[in-house]
Design a binder for this molecule. Structure first.
Ligand SMILES: [Zn+2]
Length: 723
């Protein structure tokens, strides 16, 4: 999981965006956000000089500047052509891109209350700015003129694709509508923005307000020491010193349900967590969802699409909801069959222990853990001493060297926003500068949880070569000076995943910045990162970099083999809890109409019953708490994207496994670079994949990866090519 897409959306809003009122106050010339980035490496972000009060005047000035740039394009008396319209658009908004990049860093990693106040004030202004550009009739007329004459303009394939993306992007945003329809569209977008905010705030309130305080040692039965300590600290910080608090968040709920011997408390924690946003109180999200679904359906109709899902998927690799559903349904059946096997294993174990229970949803994680221990004898605590954060970072650098010829050198001449952040210069095999990689590893107040990649500057070369600047962000707890930070296998996998996004950015070799690096459709963006996860478990990386922090010895082979075997364990549960959500997401957005009130709870119940949802599992995100799809448009009708990308990643990994050189085969790595990692969005993803693999992707590799039987007639993600 990554925030790369979420951040891309935030930055895209900022980057696409213009102020609702053009009377922006003049910014002080001393505002460091407005100056071009100076210093080495093609200029670096002026993190050291930025203060929160710089953002508002800088954003307003940058939006005003971009509006003037757009005006200059539309006022040009010359006939619209690629250079004076499309390339000029690529050049517009550079100041806002720079300010927006740093605004995004503060939003995700330095979010103090004074910054949040600026963010709340600026978010609607930035949204309105976006509508102002997409609804600019003169601009659309010029872009359309270039699009109509694209056959006679002698354009390169990359230029043709950029013209097509600019034109269809404006059309998709409503550029062809008449005035009343445009006004209605703007009203819908503004109402949706408020509903998204309310949805998130309700969810946050339910996660913050519901805390289970335990006051007896006996209530902690089964919990490992680390969890007890975390629960004690959580209680103390909430004014319950000497007690233990279980928070209503995934990172508290999951370990509690995995280890607690107290079935009554497991049920309580489970019910509280899965009822977030669904308690019939002031923070209930059901009515909000009903309204969002209606407005999205109305917007899709206004724009000429059958449903919101058809609108959202048009510019993805899947292209249509039907193709996405086909893949999900193909994986659904074997995943459910696997769940029945997993439940049978757990029930047998519970019976053997004399538990006298039938497995319920709040028992799944608990008994799954017991089965895992019994079947694979795998204890997380035996693996962690070999997983030192800094050694694994060196392992990622080594892998990037083998695959792409990159070399990493730490530098001290790039300012950082916080002293724990380090910066590396990345060069290619010829010693030429490729870009910078910022690493922000530790948790701190004001920094979002989880792990993600972010690009501060996209690679481009149409106006002279500009190297990219990318960052990886994680939330490890900072250790004592000189002590290694030991991380879990899951976190090590996550580290390689995010580094995969970074390498997607660093390998970019395109002309135009809006086509650069990770600027690809959602269902393709997770492919490079999910593929990169595989390189962690290669013997070459493990033997060199998974070293015991005390003895320096590499991780034992038999431990790796146990990890490997356990990788397929519990895939029924993981696949079904994810896929149920992805299918309900798609069905909701296919079923919604502008005038039908959908009751989310009833819809969810009926859809799951039709699917044959195993009664021992619930959706990973139940509808009233499904932030991916109701806290913004980003992943709406798009939660399937993770499965789509994983299908590609599994299929691509088999290309390496089949090659003479295995994971480090130079020919496969070169094809991966040439057709996937370097091309950004300059070609259709389906064409890029086909050029890399020599054929379209199939689902067999995904089935093998998850340990499901490979059906002979499984639908493959083979999208139609776009023009
Ligand atoms: Zn990701």
């Amino acid at each position: 999981m990554s925030k790369v897409l979420f951040l891309a959306v935030v930055v895209a809003v900022v980057a696409a965006g213009v102020p609702a009122n053009a009377a922006a106050p003049a910014a002080s010339p001393a505002n460091p956000l407005l100056a071009p980035w100076s210093g080495p490496y093609g200029g670096v972000p002026p993190f050291g000089a930025v203060r929160v009060e710089h953002f508002k005047p800088a954003l307003e000035a940058a939006m005003a500047e971009q509006l003037k740039e757009i005006d200059a394009i539309t006022a040009n008396p010359a006939k619209p052509d690629f250079a004076n319209t499309i390339a000029a658009l690529e050049r517009a908004g550079r100041t806002l891109n720079r300010v927006g990049a740093i605004f995004g860093v503060f939003s995700s990693t330095m979010s103090t209350p004074d910054f949040q106040a600026v963010e709340s004030e600026m978010a609607p202004k930035l949204a309105a700015f976006g509508d102002q550009i997409t609804q600019n009739e003169k601009l659309f007329a010029r872009v359309a003129a270039v699009y109509d004459s694209r056959g006679t303009l002698n354009l390169t394939p990359e230029q043709k694709r950029l013209v097509w993306l600019d034109y269809t992007g404006l059309v998709r945003a409503g550029a062809k509508l008449d005035k009343p329809a445009k006004d209605r569209l703007t009203a819908i977008n503004q109402r949706l923005a408020s509903l998204f905010t309310s949805f998130s705030q309700n969810l946050l309130a339910d996660e913050t307000d519901y805390v289970l305080v335990l006051d007896k040692e006996a209530d902690l039965a089964g919990l490992p020491d680390s969890l007890r300590q975390a629960a004690a600290a959580a209680a103390e910080s909430r004014g319950h010193k000497g007690k233990w608090a279980i928070l209503n968040t995934r990172s508290s709920m999951e370990p509690f349900l995995t280890y607690s011997d107290r079935r009554d408390l497991r049920e309580k924690v489970w019910r509280t967590y899965y009822n977030r946003g669904d308690n019939g109180d002031a923070h209930d999200n059901n009515k909000i969802i009903t309204e969002i679904l209606k407005l999205r359906a109305e917007r899709a109709k206004l724009l000429g699409y059958q449903t919101h899902a058809h609108w959202r998927l048009e510019n993805t690799m899947a292209k249509t909801p039907e193709r996405a559903m086909e893949l999900m349904e193909a994986v659904w059946t074997p995943a459910v069959a696997r769940v029945h096997e997993e439940v049978a294993d757990m029930q047998a174990l519970a019976d053997k222990e004399g538990a006298k229970i039938t497995i319920e949803p709040w028992d799944y994680r608990y008994y799954a853990e017991k089965v895992r221990k019994a079947k694979y004898d795998l204890d997380e605590n035996a693996v962690m001493p070999y997983l030192q954060l800094e050694k694994l970072r060196e392992g990622m650098f080594w892998a990037a060297g083998e695959l792409f010829g990159f070399h990493f050198t730490q530098v001290k001449d790039a300012p950082v926003v916080q002293p724990d952040i380090r910066v590396w210069k990345v060069t290619d095999a010829a010693g030429k500068l490729v870009g910078l990689w910022y690493f922000d590893p530790y948790a701190r107040p004001g920094k979002g949880s989880g792990a993600w990649m972010n690009a501060y500057r996209n690679q481009e070369r149409f106006d002279g070569a500009v190297p990219t600047i990318v960052s990886n962000n994680t939330n490890f707890v900072k250790g004592k000076p000189g002590e290694p930070i030991l991380i879990s296998w899951d976190d090590a996998t996550g580290l390689f995943h995010e580094f995969g996004h970074a390498l997607h950015g660093l390998n970019s070799s395109v002309e135009y910045p809006s086509l650069s690096g990770t600027s690809v459709p959602n269902d393709y963006a997770e492919f490079p990162s999910q593929l990169m996860e595989n390189f962690l478990s290669t013997p070459e990386v493990l033997n060199r970099y998974a070293l015991h922090y005390q003895t320096g010895k590499p991780i034992p082979k038999e431990l790796v083999e146990r990890l490997d075997r356990a990788a397929k364990f519990n895939q029924g549960f993981k696949t079904v809890e994810y896929l149920a959500g992805a299918i309900v997401d798609m069905k909701l957005h296919l079923a919604a109409t502008p005038d039908k009130d959908i009751d989310p709870d009833a819809f969810e119940r009926q859809a799951l019953a039709e699917l044959g949802m195993p009664k021992e599992i619930v959706m990973r995100h139940r509808t009233p708490q499904f932030g991916h799809i109701f806290a913004g448009d980003g992943y709406s009708a798009g939660y399937y994207a993770y499965l789509w990308s994983d299908t590609l990643a599994a299929d691509a990994w088999e290309a390496f496994k089949e090659a003479p050189g295995g994971p480090w085969d130079k020919d496969v790595a070169k094809r991966l670079h040439d057709h996937v990692f370097s091309v950004g969005n300059t070609i259709d993803p389906a064409d890029g994949y086909r050029a890399f693999r020599g054929r379209d992707p199939g689902t067999a590799a995904l089935m093998r990866k998850r340990g499901f039987p490979v059906a002979p007639k499984v639908a493959a993600p083979t999208p139609a090519t776009q023009q």
